[in-house]
Design a protein around this ligand. Structure first.
Ligand code: IPE
Ligand code: IPE
Ligand code: MG
Length: 239
């Protein structure tokens, strides 16, 4: 089977990585950003056109104030430090997640990253920030309900395509492969709608230890899988 066109990663295990080394959780998040930078480069080398990274969930606000601040600071630092290089490498940045409630400096940075790189085509890096699948679907349903109430859409004309086009991922293909590090085997509210037929790979390693070789192995494992999308594979149909 072909290479995955869209890989989405749940970058988990920064805290446990740090704890295992007797370091504060913030050190794990810092190390995690270094891994993120490497993986973006690796994905480019492996010619993966779409890469989505789960950076901060809509539930991560429930962490201690200091940790939330650390994570927001790292996002800002990443964009400030890496945006020019991403742009030079032809990477287009898209951000998914709820944006209106974010602080204005973060919102401005996210908008700057998207605007600067809008025309780039070598790869699209989708950053899921303040993202939750249920929140995304709820916002989409709210907008569609407004259209129906205004008489601009008939209730009977609500299709999967209409819903998909009101999600943050409008225009982004569904992920072919979802990878989660840290040993947890759950989605944690990531891409609930879009993951309907995704392949999954759960790895025991913590995110800061994830390597280009792990990414390559995941791509190879994907290539050996058989996706059926509810249908049957031609070779198994009796003639
Ligand atoms: C992932 O690592 C980073 C974010 C959720 C932002 P964690 O911080 O969840 O690390 P663990 O799961 O506690 O080890
Ligand atoms: C998912 O990890 C969110 C990100 C990786 C950004 P969490 O660490 O927040 O997930 P749970 O709480 O273990 O389900
Ligand atoms: Mg975690």
């Amino acid at each position: 089977m072909a290479k995955p066109a869209h890989i989405a990663i749940i970058m988990d295990g920064n805290g446990r990585w740090a704890k295992a080394r007797g370091l504060p959780r913030s050190a794990g998040h810092k190390a995690g950003v270094e891994t993120l930078r490497k993986v973006v480069r690796n994905a480019g080398e492996f010619e993966i056109p779409w890469l989505t990274l789960y950076a901060f969930s809509s539930e991560n606000w429930s962490r201690p104030h200091q940790e939330v601040n650390d994570l927001l600071g790292l996002l800002k630092l990443f964009i400030r430090r890496d945006l020019a290089e991403l742009h030079r490498s032809g990477v287009r940045v898209r951000v998914i997640g709820e944006r209106s409630s974010l602080a204005s400096d973060i919102r401005a940075l996210l908008e700057e990253a998207e605007a600067l790189t809008r025309e780039n085509r070598s790869m699209t890096l989708v950053i899921a920030f303040n993202y939750g699948g249920r929140d995304e679907i709820t916002r989409a349903v709210g907008r569609i309900a407004e259209l129906v109430a205004a008489g601009r859409v008939d209730a009977g004309a609500v299709t999967e395509e209409l819903i998909a086009s009101h999600l943050d991922t409008d225009g982004i293909p569904d992920p072919d492969l979802i990878i989660r590090t840290s040993g947890e085997q759950r989605l944690s509210n990531f891409l609930l709608w879009q993951a309907a037929y995704s392949e999954f790979i759960f790895l025991p390693c913590y995110w800061p230890d994830f390597s280009g070789a792990d990414l390559k192995a995941a791509i190879d494992s994907y290539a050996s899988r058989e996706r059926r999308f509810g249908g049957v594979v031609a070779s198994t149909v009796a003639s």
